[in-house]
Design a protein around this ligand. Structure first.
Ligand code: AP5
Length: 219
């Protein structure tokens, strides 16, 4: 299999994390979610975590400088040998420029960009009903992807939680930030080869199938 370096784009709640986990499992490449990495920092109480906690709660973006440093370190780890899925990065034009420069330096270009298109009302409905497992990271939904036992993770038995930034007013603010700062990044990548727009409004099974079909065509 050739190397699979993927960028996942789409508004909050588009299903990037959910689909990335399926792709990661099938292709054996790490799912690198900058949101997950930042939440882990907050939970650890580290200096970086304390710095970014309030930014995350408000749905604003962490500085480009910090994010580029985080990604630079992450892409130097050994597990990206077969490829990677970047979910939530790049989110601004300076991040995109920084990433392109970094990948050029390490001679490891992007294979494909996948953009999950979902409308804002679907986003709000999905996110306000999202629950996550704080231990293994599995993502649930109280309407579409319920756990077998109420509020308990099917995989590891841990009590599910709601993310601090998953309240309706914060979700709407995150969507505004996405349209203002991240949509221009998507337009930048749209001009490249291997850019795919996917209707993300179907069920998880339908969207996963579409993604697997696309990836089978390029590996
Ligand atoms: P981040 O964690 O990246 O959040 P996001 O981009 O807003 O995306 P989400 O995780 O909310 O959504 P998703 O698309 O992964 O959806 P999911 O699969 O969970 O970032 C959080 C914060 O960190 C940012 O606001 C910012 O502060 C900071 N940050 C992160 N990266 C940064 C960067 N590069 N620069 C600066 N700051 C950064 O699905 C959502 C729900 O829908 C779930 O309940 C799921 O079960 C359900 N669902 C999924 N797919 C379907 C489907 N097809 N049908 C029905 N239900 C579905």
């Amino acid at each position: 299999m050739s190397k699979l370096n993927l960028l996942f784009f789409g508004p909050p709640g588009a299903g990037k994390g959910t689909i990335a986990k399926e792709v990661s499992k099938k292709y054996g490449i790490p799912h690198i979610s900058t949101g997950d990495m930042l939440r882990a920092e907050v939970a650890s109480g580290s200096e970086l975590g304390n710095k970014v906690k309030e930014i995350l709660e408000k749905g604003q973006l962490v500085s480009d400088e910090i994010m580029l440093e985080v990604i630079k370190n992450r892409l130097q780890q050994k597990d990206v040998e077969k490829g990677f899925i970047l979910d939530g990065f790049p989110r601004t034009l300076p991040q995109a420029e920084g990433l392109e420069k970094l990948l050029e330096e390490i001679k490891n270009p992007i294979t494909a960009s996948l953009y999950f298109e979902v409308d804002v009302e679907t986003v709000v409905k999905r996110i306000t009903n999202r629950r996550i497992c704080p231990k293994c990271g599995k993502i649930y939904n109280l309407i579409t992807l319920k756990p077998k036992v109420d509020n308990i993770c099917d995989e590891c038995g841990t009590q599910l939680i709601q993310r601090d930034d998953d309240k309706e007013d914060v979700v709407r603010d995150r969507y505004k930030v996405y349209m203002e700062k991240t949509y221009p990044v998507i337009q930048f990548y749209m001009k490249n080869n291997n850019f795919f727009t996917i209707d993300g409004s179907g069920t998880v099974e339908i969207v996963t199938k579409k993604v697997f079909n696309i990836l089978e065509g390029i590996v």
